[in-house]
Write a protein that binds this ligand. Structure first.
Ligand SMILES: Cc1ccc(Nc2c(-c3ccc(O)cc3)nc3c(C)cccn23)cc1
Length: 109
C-alpha cells in the first residue's frame, strides 16, 4: 500500500521536473545524452551509468522500482552525471543545480 502511494508521489515529482514551467533548464535531462548529437565523444568514459528523466519515467511505468529510494537514486544519478561531465559554472551544470533544487524542495514536501 505504502509503495503505491510512494510511486504516485514519484510520478508527481517527475511530472513537475519535466514540466514546461522548468523548460529553460530541464531540457538537458529529459532524454538520454546522445554523445554523437552533442559532439561529446568522452561522455561514456566519464559517465558509467547514464540516466535521464525519460528513462526514469519508463522504469516507473514498467514497475521497475521496488522502493521509493531506487527512484530517488536514479534522479540523483541524473545530476551526479551532469556534474561529472559539465564543469562547475558551465551552463548545463548550472541548469542541473537549478533542477536539483526543485527536486530537493519537492522531496522534502
Ligand atoms: C561538448 C559538450 C559539452 C557539454 C555538453 N553538455 C550538454 C548536456 C549534458 C547533459 C547531461 C549530462 O550528464 C551531460 C551532458 N546536454 C546538453 C544539451 C542538451 C545541449 C548542449 C550541451 N549539453 C555537451 C557537449
Amino acid at each position: 500500500k505504502k509503495l503505491l502511494a510512494d510511486l504516485r508521489f514519484a510520478g508527481q515529482t517527475l511530472k513537475e521536473l519535466t514540466s514546461k514551467k522548468h523548460e529553460t533548464y530541464n531540457y538537458p535531462f529529459l532524454e538520454p545524452v546522445d554523445p554523437v548529437a552533442l559532439d561529446c565523444p568522452t561522455y561514456f568514459d566519464i559517465v558509467k551509468i547514464p540516466m535521464d528523466l525519460s528513462t526514469i519515467q519508463n522504469k516507473l511505468q514498467n514497475n521497475q522500482y521496488n522502493a521509493l529510494e531506487e527512484f530517488y537514486n536514479d534522479v540523483k544519478l541524473v545530476f551526479k552525471n551532469c556534474y561529472a561531465f559539465n564543469p562547475e559554472n558551465t551552463p548545463v551544470n548550472l541548469m542541473g543545480h537549478k533542477l536539483e533544487a526543485i527536486f530537493d524542495k519537492k522531496w522534502l514536501d
